[in-house]
Design a protein around this ligand. Structure first.
Ligand SMILES: Nc1ncnc2c1ncn2[C@@H]1O[C@H](COP(=O)(O)OP(=O)(O)OP(=O)(O)O)[C@@H](O)[C@H]1O
Length: 330
């Protein structure tokens, strides 16, 4: 049982409040992604859970037990950070074996070899097992760092942007692998990223952090469809949600300052005229960059649309989200 619970966790650095009274439950077996721009408090949250740093106030529980005073080792969590941390003088195999050779674990040698080979295969580094860590590229080192956490099979993983240094192809392969490793092992994973695709594809839950406060916690779908604010809405979705003055479309409700329209929530063919500024063919879909009453917006259309730059197309909102002057959802 490795549920993580934060209760009123606050952390300040000097006069700067990095975490402001954060309460959150990461359910056992879930894959929770913390999202937010730089400085939102994501890494600080992970460091508090890992035991590398300590809250000024509030409590952290893992598996129902209070963690106050316990070291990272006593918390038995596996961590992967943005910066790989390998033993440079050891080979890749020795680096991967290292966590399994802990005297506490007493893993039989054949089992160690089996696990290391299996994880190397998943991470596509089998051909580098006998190389010294120092001879690897940055992306390879990061894969070994991830591998070192995964071989241990702990109940809880903490990962801080583990895929950010990898190229696009490997990142998308590893998204699928990480998700299936987590789903099959039943481990709990708390994961920090800026990358909303990672959040949408891997997370069972997303926590949105804003200036040290947890502003929304829910399934990726829930946050995508029912964001509590403009800020939360803008964390998920590529292209980003269009945020426009509410009154440029007919029938905006009282109190609405802005209207939020996901690109796929703009109907074409009815409504009022917009001007096609740019048609962007992406293969599986086409993006339209439109100008509507002097405001720019982006929508998607059929891959083989006949529309061209300079055309006029009628548009109207479909599934609009309305926000007040403070950006809070109405
Ligand atoms: N050791 C520290 N000393 C002083 N300030 C710190 C320290 N660690 C974090 N902070 C500050 O706390 C705030 C939150 O930092 P944190 O690293 O948690 O953000 P983040 O959301 O992880 O950002 P990033 O995406 O850039 O990693 C930032 O303003 C940061 O400057």
């Amino acid at each position: 049982m490795a549920e993580i619970r934060l209760e009123g966790v606050t952390k300040t650095f000097g006069s700067h409040v990095a975490l402001d009274n954060v309460s959150m439950t990461v359910p056992n077996g879930s894959f929770v992604v913390l999202l937010g721009p730089t400085g939102a408090g994501k890494t600080t949250t992970l460091r508090m859970v890992s035991g590398l740093d300590h809250p000024d106030s509030g409590e952290i529980f893992i598996g129902g037990l209070p963690m106050r005073g316990l070291t990272p080792a006593q918390r038995n969590v596996a961590m992967v950070f943005q910066q790989y941390s390998l033993y440079p003088h050891l080979t890749v195999r020795q680096n991967l074996e290292f966590p399994l050779k802990s005297p506490l674990l007493k893993t039989p040698p054949a089992e160690i070899t089996r696990k290391v080979n299996a994880i190397a295969e998943v991470l596509q580094i089998s051909h580098k097992l006998d190389n010294k860590a120092t001879t690897l590229s940055g992306g390879e080192m990061q894969r070994v760092s991830i591998g070192r956490a995964l071989v241990r099979n702990p109940q809880l993983y903490l990962m801080d942007e583990p895929l950010s240094s990898l190229d696009a192809k490997l990142r998308s392969d590893l998204r699928i692998e990480l998700k299936s490793i987590q789903a099959n092992s039943g481990a709990t994973l708390l994961y920090v990223t800026h990358d909303q695709i990672e959040a949408m594809t891997m997370a069972t839950h997303v926590g949105v952090l804003h200036q040290g406060r947890l502003v929304q916690f829910g399934s990726p779908r829930d946050i995508y469809e029912n964001p509590v604010s403009v800020y939360a809405a803008a964390r998920l979705g590529q292209p980003r949600i269009n945020i426009l003055p509410a009154d440029i479309f007919p029938s905006s409700p009282v109190g609405a300052a802005t209207i939020g329209l996901r690109p796929e929530h703009i109907s074409q063919g009815e409504g009022e005229d917009s001007f096609v500024r740019r048609v962007e063919h992406l293969g599986d879909q086409t993006r339209l960059h439109l100008s509507y009453k002097n405001h720019d917006l982006v929508t998607v259309t059929a891959a083989h649309t006949g529309l061209r730059n300079g055309d006029i197309v009628k548009i109207q909102p479909n599934k609009p989200l309305y926000f007040d002057a403070d950006g809070i959802r109405l």
